[in-house]
Design a protein around this ligand. Structure first.
Ligand code: SAM
Ligand code: SF4
Length: 479
């Protein structure tokens, strides 16, 4: 019996794809190995969003070179975004790799491994035509733990000038509404109580279905992807379901207590999504709302499709509709041509937005992207580093204030397990997705339980809580 090890780089979508890879390999009778050093098949599920992700992968795959030469039966598979975008570079820089498999070809990994017994380098980076559910038969089972990701859409139809995702993930394809709800139902039956819906632009869910229908000659009949001949929700007949319909349907699944999603695009965000969030008890008060820049000129050059002020209005609308909403964001520093004044516009808007936390990135030129070619406009790395530190001060200030404001509140915590640093401390998440540590609580026994705690202290990146009363004996899933 062969063993495998999957090493994942990058975002939650890659984590979810890795679960599918594991499902495919298990179905071949293979078993998980403890590390890449002992596995018969090592799979790298790669990311290429920034250059440092590429470098980390090449560093790790090259460490397996000697072992691959020594052990002819061993196989190295490279999957994911870098595999899709740089298939030739992978074999050039790491000729000991056996299989390169793109983002849409996960289902063929077993066949490719078989072919690698005969052929030195095997590749499949084909992208389907979107006519079938790309996830069908690839749902990881059985579900483990109490949380799961559910991909609702693959690819991206936007063209942000900095971003390589549309190149490596292909056009936007929404999964069938019914298949998503069925998947969530199955997960709930297996003990999952929190799901995170994944896509590059989740709030445009279903938009491609309308386009596809328009393209087909027999129109409305060719739509395995729709919920019914005409989608009906709340008595309204529509040609396609909206993201808000999906939120309501998923949050209504028995056993699902928390629903999260990432990432929505600010330009496509509509009031109906905020309303669905507010009206669906399981949908958490947590929103990732990626700003990228506070300068209107930079936003336009990025092709983001909104101005800073419009972003702020939508944020205010969200906060007015969804009480106690926590908001996180993404910001890029040093986009080509960014001036000091434009960077200061970002600082100002970020301060006004009072985010709970921010993922801040140094701009990384990606080959084949529009902005990657603007070499004459690249910002001096020293200037970028200075801006990056100044931005961090602003985001940390609002993050710390948001944390302090939670002290004294009673929060529902979903326990994830013992804290990484101390087995006598349990760690979990609030509905706002804040990390909370509970001293003297058995995280192992209570993993997956919902407990109420009072927040007693706030650090920069986590909160401290005290359980309200001891957990019931054998407590699980609900307290
Ligand atoms: N679809 C999501 C959206 O529109 O917000 C983002 C997906 S991307 C995987 C996550 C984040 O990476 C982006 O929001 C952006 O801030 C950052 N990012 C993407 N390309 C980048 C680049 N070339 N350099 C630096 N950061 C980048
Ligand atoms: Fe990239 Fe923009 Fe698509 Fe997000 S919306 S994945 S940033 S192209």
């Amino acid at each position: 019996m062969k063993s495998f090890y999957v090493k994942t780089f990058g975002c939650q979508m890659n984590e979810n794809d890795s679960e599918r890879i594991v499902a495919v390999l298990r179905r071949q009778g293979m078993t998980p190995a403890l590390s890449a050093d002992v596995a018969d098949v090592v799979v790298f599920n790669t990311c290429t969003i920034r250059e440092n992700a590429d470098n980390r992968f090449f560093g790790q795959v090259n460490m397996l070179r000697e072992r691959r030469v020594r052990e002819p039966g061993m196989r190295i598979v490279v999957a994911g975004c870098l595999a899709q975008g740089e298939k030739d570079a992978i074999f050039d820089r790491a000729p000991h790799v056996d299989v390169v498999v793109g983002t849409h070809a996960i289902g063929s990994i077993a066949d490719l491994l078989e072919r690698s017994d005969e052929e030195r380098h095997v590749i499949d980076v084909s992208i389907g035509d979107g006519s079938i559910d790309p996830m069908v038969d690839l749902v990881p089972e059985p579900a483990e733990g109490h949380k799961a990701w559910v991909t609702i859409q693959t690819g991206c139809d936007n063209n942000c000038a900095f971003c390589i995702v549309p190149q490596v993930r292909g056009p936007e394809v929404s999964r069938p509404f019914g298949a998503i709800v069925d998947e969530v139902r199955r997960l709930a039956e297996q003990g999952i109580s929190e799901v995170t819906l994944l896509g590059q632009n989740v709030n445009s869910y279903g938009r491609d279905l309308t386009k596809r229908l328009r393209r087909t000659s027999d129109g409305i009949h060719d739509h395995g992807f729709l919920a019914g001949p005409v989608y009906v929700s709340d008595g309204i007949r529509r040609i396609r379901p909206l993201f808000s319909d999906l939120l309501r349907a998923v949050s209504g699944v028995d056993g699902i207590r928390r629903v999260r999603f990432t990432s929505p695009h600010p330009k496509d965000m509509r009031e109906e999504t905020f309303a669905a969030m507010a009206e669906s008890p399981a949908v958490c008060e947590s929103l990732h709302f990626p700003l990228q820049s506070g300068s209107d000129r930079v936003l336009a050059a990025m092709h983001r499709g909104y101005r800073g002020e419009r972003f702020f209005e939508k944020l205010e609308l969200a906060r007015s509709i969804i009480p106690d909403l926590a908001v996180t964001t993404d910001i890029i520093v040093g986009f080509p041509g960014e001036t000091e004044d434009e960077f200061e516009a970002t600082l100002e808007l970020v301060a006004r937005c009072e985010f709970d936390s921010a993922f801040t990135f140094i701009y990384s030129p990606r080959p084949g992207t529009e902005a990657g070619a603007w070499t004459d406009k690249f910002v001096d790395p020293e200037v970028i580093r200075d801006r990056f530190e100044r931005l961090k001060l602003v985001t940390e200030r609002s993050g710390a204030a948001k944390h302090r404001a939670r002290v004294g509140k009673i929060e529902e915590i979903l326990i994830d397990g013992p804290s990484k640093r101390d087995a006598n401390v349990a760690s979990g998440r609030t509905r706002q997705n804040k990390l909370v540590h509970l001293a003297g609580v058995d995280g192992e026994r209570l993993r997956g339980s919902y407990l109420n705690a009072r927040i007693v202290d706030a650090g920069a990146h986590f909160l401290h809580g005290e359980l309200l009363g001891p957990p019931a004996r054998g407590a699980h899933a609900s307290c």
